[in-house]
Design a binder for this molecule. Structure first.
Ligand SMILES: *Cc1c(COP(=O)(O)O)cnc(C)c1O
Length: 461
């Protein structure tokens, strides 16, 4: 393989787990004391371990511990932490020009990112883009654009969806706690409809699609629907992968009824699942696509890309924002696109999938709390259940995440019942690191309260 692939890549931090204090260590604990005095409780954290630097799939905390990162924030640093190419692109751009506001006096980086998005998003039709700052902002803009294009009012979203934390996107997000409770009132005309969730509903893609369509027909009315929003692989909802055929039928229904089909690819897009965009696994070409998280190596950037006639329905000045698509974030994105192609990071995501399938694919047989292991590329969910049932097991997830963090592995939670262990490692993570992280997670399962070979004290939290 070419230089820079998994076998030959070099990193400024050795790609290994190495603990030199207990976790969190003394410096993290001191920072935590300052934090509770200065930072809002609303900005909750998963593990109070303060990070100093990182490279590849390893984070180094303020006490010098090296942790395996299976989270990438939440799926952001897909290409690895503090990638030197991104650092160089940012450093160069920040000295040339940091801001003009594209809608006052434009610059080339914005145009280049839009050109690239037209190339990498599914479909060969003419596509236009807008660039904004965050995922939620991209989703809001997609809703605005779809409403302007169709002249319709209703927005349909899927059960278990996560679309963001602004007022509109809170309302588009499935669960009330903790994202929404007490923070209304919310905008109307948002309708949540059943998804295909093979582990729980046992339906084929076609059957689940008919159920979804029936709810639209009987609760909303298709001629009032501006847009159907879907994460092709749900992230926060628990790495739910709808059954084959589900989205093909939904997309056909949208086409027949003049509904804009929006793929929210903010978490699953940009190489993470072993394709540029996760909707490709479903063989569907969406009308609009939202991108964010992994697009700029950790710099804030998001986009809406889609059919030119839809994207151009909005009057000049109807979309935009001061910082959207700023010169530095777009420079970082161009470096990310280049890296993904030059180092075949889509192929690397496929390698991560093969390694994970062979390493953890049998967990449902080996651990009675594991109901299902599912995933694509470097995006996996392990759904935890009460043994012998499909009842969600949030307590087990809490134990596993706490145990893992205390042993130097950062993994994520997910799922409407907080019972899905979510893995979103960098696609450059080595097979050896994946193996070591899997061993820690297996120890966590083995030490669950009531587990047969419990041999470690259970963390108090
Ligand atoms: C994270 C996420 C969002 C919101 O993005 P922010 O940048 O946090 O506003 C929206 N949709 C999906 C699918 C996400 O994963």
């Amino acid at each position: 393989m070419a230089a820079g692939t998994s076998a030959t890549r070099t990193f400024s931090v050795p790609q290994e787990r190495r603990l030199v204090t207990e976790l969190p260590g003394p410096r993290s604990r001191a920072l935590q004391e300052r934090r509770v005095r200065a930072v809002s409780r609303g900005a909750g954290t998963l593990a109070n371990i303060y990070m100093d630097h990182g490279a590849g799939a390893v984070l180094v905390d303020v006490d010098g511990n090296q942790l395996i990162d299976l989270g990438c924030g939440i799926g952001v640093t897909t290409i690895g932490h503090a990638h030197p190419d991104v650092a160089a692109a940012v450093a160069e751009q920040v000295q040339k020009l940091t801001h003009t506001l594209f809608t006052v006096t434009p610059y080339e980086n914005y145009v280049r990112v839009a050109e690239k998005l037209a190339e990498i998003t599914p479909g060969t039709h003419e596509k236009h883009s807008i660039l904004v700052n965050s995922g939620a902002e991209a989703v809001e803009n997609a809703a605005k654009i779809a409403r302007r294009f169709t002249g319709r009012r209703a927005i349909v979203v899927l059960d278990h969806a996560f679309h963001g934390r602004t007022n509109l996107t809170m309302a588009m997000t499935y669960r009330p706690w903790p994202e929404r409770e007490g923070m209304g009132p919310f905008p109307g005309e948002i309708y949540s409809v059943p998804i295909s969730y093979p582990f729980r509903d046992g339906l084929s893609g076609e059957e689940a699609a008919e159920r979804t369509i029936d709810v639209i027909e009987t609760h909303v009315g298709p001629r009032d629907v501006a847009a159907f929003f879907a994460e092709p692989i749900q992230g926060d909802g628990g790495v739910i992968i709808p059954a084959p055929g589900y989205f093909a039928r939904i997309a056909e229904y949208c086409r027949d009824n003049g509904i804009v089909f929006v793929a929210d690819e903010i978490q699953a897009g940009i190489a993470r699942t072993g394709a540029w965009y996760s909707i490709e696994h479903h063989g569907v070409v969406p009308d609009l696509v939202t991108s964010a998280k992994g697009i700029a190596g950790g710099m804030p950037l998001a986009a809406v890309t889609g059919r030119a006639e839809i994207m151009d329905a909005v009057q000049p000045g109807g979309v935009g924002g001061t910082f959207g698509g700023n010169p530095v974030s777009t420079a970082a994105a161009l470096a990310v696109f280049d890296l993904i192609e030059r180092e075949d990071l889509i192929g690397e995501a496929q390698r991560v999938e093969r390694t994970l399938v062979s390493r953890i694919g049998d967990w449902a047989d080996r651990f009675d709390v594991v109901g299902e292991v599912r995933g694509k590329g470097a995006m996996f969910g392990i759904e935890l259940v009460q043994p012998g049932t499909k009842k969600p097991n949030a307590a087990a997830l809490k134990h596993v995440l706490t145990y893992a963090a205390e042993h130097g592995v950062i993994a994520l939670d997910a799922g409407s019942w907080d019972s899905v262990l979510r893995l979103l490692p960098s696609v450059v993570i080595s097979d050896a690191l994946l193996d070591d992280a899997a061993s820690v997670l297996e120890e966590a399962f083995a030490t669950l309260p009531g587990s047969a070979d419990e041999h470690e004290p259970v963390p108090a939290s």
